[in-house]
Write a protein that binds this ligand. Structure first.
Ligand code: BES
Ligand code: MN
Ligand code: ZN
Length: 496
C-alpha cells in the first residue's frame, strides 16, 4: 500500500472509494457543507432518516455518488466526539478498511477533514489511519484460492489544512511500519504449524532481520544443550522437530549506561498438550501458541525500522509440544538452566517450562528490564475475557510503564496481583517447584513460576492467551491472529 497525504478536496479526489468518518449526530457545516451540496443533500438525509447517524463503528455505503469525483462513498461512525479514543478510532477505521478491501481496489481516499481534529494531532491520525488500513486489508485466508480481502494499491489521506507536509509523510511511513509489523505477527500466527515450526520460524527471523541492523543468532539443539536449558529442551523431546532459540539484538543508541530492554516470547509452534493431551476443541487453535514469539519478532524489527534510540534484545523460545516416544512424562524432574529443579505435573503447562530457560538466558545476555509475552493460560481468559491482556509483575513502576504504553495505543491490558502467598501453590514435594499451581488463580501461579527465573530484574509478564487469536471475524477485524501488543511494545520502546 502506497500512502500519500494531500490537501485535495474530498469532492474532487478521484478514487474508487472515498471514506468519510463522521461523529455522532454530525452537523453539516465547514468542510461538509460543500460535500453535502454536491451529494444532493445526502449527508443530511441519511442522518435525519437515521440510516446513518455516526455511532461508533457504524457504516453506510453509498455505491453511486454522481455528484463527486470518487466512485463510491463510505460513511463510518466515530461515536460522540468527546468520547472518541484511540481504540475507538482504530475500531472505526478497521471497519472502513475491511469494507473497502472486500474487492480489489486501486485507490482509496480517507477524508480527515470532517470531524473535530483538535483532540488528536494530525500526524498521529495519519499514522494511525495508515496502520489501520494496512491491517484491515489483510485477512487470515492466506491459503485460500480466492481471498476475501484485497490489498489497497494507493491510499490517499486528505487533510483539511496541509499541516506540515514533511511531518505528515513521516507519520505515514511510520504508520506503514506499524501496520506491517502487526500484519507480520498475524501472518506468522495464521500460518499452520506445518509451515511455522521451530526451524522454519528461526529461518524467517534470520531472513527478516538481515539488512535492518538487527543482529540475529540461532541456538540449535547442540547449543541449547551446551547452555543446559533442560526445561525448554524437555518440552521439545516429544517432537520430531528440534527446538530453537532466536536471539535478536538491536542497538539504536550508543549512549553510555543505556538500559537493555529484553522482550521474551513464548514460541510453542504447536501445543498438543503433550501426554496431558488436549481434547480436539482445545487443540484446534493451538498453532497460535507462538503468538508471543511472533509479537516479539515483529516489534523488534519495527523498532529497528523506526530507528528508535534504544538498546534492546529479543528472545524467542521455539518448540513444538508433542507426544512422541521420548516425550517428557508426568513426574519427570527437569534441571532448568537457572539450577531450579521442576517437577512436571502436567505436560500441557509447557509454556512456563520454555520461558523459564529463556528468561534466565535473557538475564545472562544483559537484560536490565524484561517484558515477556505468552499465550500462557486458559485461566487468564477465564479471568479477563478474550479481549484483555493480563499483566503480572515484580515491579510496579515498570508495570505502570508497560500499562501506560498499552493505554497510549488503545490496547486493553489489566494487572493481576502477585501476593507472596501464591508462591506456596507451586511448591513440590520432590523438586524446588512444580509446573502447575492447582485449580485456582492459574494465570497468577503461572506468573509466579516465571518470576523464579528473572533474577529480580524489573519484569512484566503479559498473558495474551485471550486476545492473541480471535476465533471469528468482527466488523472491525478479521478472525485469526490479531497482532495484539505489537504496537504496545513499539510504544514502550519509543517512550524509554
Ligand atoms: N497454550 C496454552 C494456553 C492457552 C489456552 C492459550 C487457550 C490460548 C488459548 C497453555 O500451554 C496451556 O495449555 N495451559 C494450561 C495450563 C494448565 C495445564 C495448568 C491451561 O491453561 O489449561
Ligand atoms: Mn499447553
Ligand atoms: Zn501452550
Amino acid at each position: 500500500m502506497h500512502t500519500v497525504v494531500s490537501a485535495t478536496s474530498p469532492t474532487t479526489v478521484s478514487a474508487d472509494w472515498l471514506v468519510l468518518p463522521l461523529t455522532e449526530n454530525f452537523s453539516v457545516d465547514g468542510e461538509l457543507t460543500i460535500l453535502n451540496r454536491m451529494l444532493g443533500g445526502a449527508l443530511e438525509r441519511v442522518r435525519d432518516a437515521r440510516d446513518f447517524v455516526g455511532k461508533l463503528a457504524e457504516s453506510l455505503v453509498l455505491p453511486v455518488v454522481p455528484g463527486i469525483a470518487a466512485k463510491r462513498l463510505l460513511l463510518v461512525g466515530l461515536g460522540g466526539a468527546d468520547a472518541l479514543s484511540i481504540a475507538g478510532l482504530n475500531r472505526a477505521l478497521g471497519v472502513a478498511a475491511r469494507t473497502v478491501s472486500t474487492r480489489a481496489t486501486d485507490r482509496v481516499a480517507l477524508s480527515l477533514g470532517a470531524f473535530n481534529l483538535g483532540k488528536f494531532p494530525l500526524a498521529q491520525l495519519v499514522q494511525l489511519a495508515t496502520a489501520a488500513f494496512d491491517i484491515g486489508s489483510q485477512g487470515q485466508d492466506l491459503l485460500k484460492s480466492e481471498r476475501k480481502r484485497h490489498p489497497i494499491t494507493q491510499f490517499e489521506i486528505l487533510t483539511p489544512t496541509d499541516g506540515n507536509p514533511a511531518e505528515l509523510s513521516v507519520a505515514a511511513v511510520q504508520g506503514q511500519i506499524l501496520g506491517e509489523a502487526v500484519n507480520l505477527a498475524r501472518k506468522l500466527v495464521n500460518l499452520p504449524a506445518d509451515a511455522i515450526y521451530p526451524e522454519s520460524f528461526a529461518n524467517q527471523a534470520v531472513e527478516l532481520a538481515s539488512g535492518l541492523g538487527v543482529h540475529c543468532e540461532v541456538l540449535d539443539q547442540a547449543a541449547l544443550e551446551r547452555e543446559r536449558m533442560g526445561s525448554l529442551l524437555a518440552v521439545a523431546k516429544g517432537s520430531d522437530r528440534p527446538a530453537r532459540l532466536v536471539y535478536l539484538e538491536y542497538n539504536g543508541t550508543n549512549q553510555p549506561g543505556a538500559k537493555v530492554l529484553a522482550l521474551v516470547g513464548k514460541g510453542v509452534t504447536f501445543d498438543s498438550g503433550g501426554l496431558s493431551l488436549k481434547p480436539t476443541d482445545g487443540m484446534l487453535t493451538m498453532k497460535c501458541d507462538m503468538a508471543g514469539a511472533a509479537t516479539v519478532l515483529a516489534a523488534v524489527l519495527a523498532i529497528a525500522k523506526l530507528k528508535l534510540p534504544v538498546r534492546m534484545i529479543g528472545l524467542l523460545g521455539l518448540v513444538e509440544n508433542m507426544t512422541g516416544g521420548r516425550a517428557m512424562k508426568l513426574g519427570d524432574v527437569l534441571q532448568s538452566r537457572a539450577g531450579v529443579t521442576i517437577e512436571v505435573q502436567n505436560t500441557d503447562a509447557e509454556g512456563r517450562l520454555v520461558l523459564a530457560d529463556v528468561l534466565d538466558y535473557a538475564v545472562t545476555r544483559g537484560a536490565d528490564c524484561i517484558v515477556d509475552l505468552a499465550t500462557l493460560t486458559g485461566a487468564c481468559v477465564v479471568a479477563l475475557g478474550e479481549e484483555v491482556v493480563g499483566a503480572m509483575s515484580n515491579n510496579q513502576a515498570w508495570c505502570d510503564r508497560v500499562l501506560g504504553a498499552a493505554q497510549a495505543v488503545g490496547e486493553d491490558a489489566w494487572q493481576l496481583p502477585m501476593f507472596a502467598h501464591y508462591d506456596d501453590l507451586i511448591k513440590s514435594e520432590i523438586a524446588d517447584i512444580r509446573n502447575v499451581g492447582g485449580r485456582w488463580g492459574g494465570a497468577i501461579t503461572a506468573a509466579k513460576f516465571l518470576e523464579r527465573f528473572v533474577r529480580e530484574k524489573p519484569w512484566v509478564h503479559l498473558d495474551i492467551a485471550g486476545p492473541a487469536f480471535a476465533s471469528s471475524d468482527k466488523p472491525h477485524r478479521d478472525g485469526g491472529g490479531t497482532g495484539v501488543m505489537v504496537r504496545t511494545l513499539i510504544e514502550l520502546a519509543r517512550t524509554l
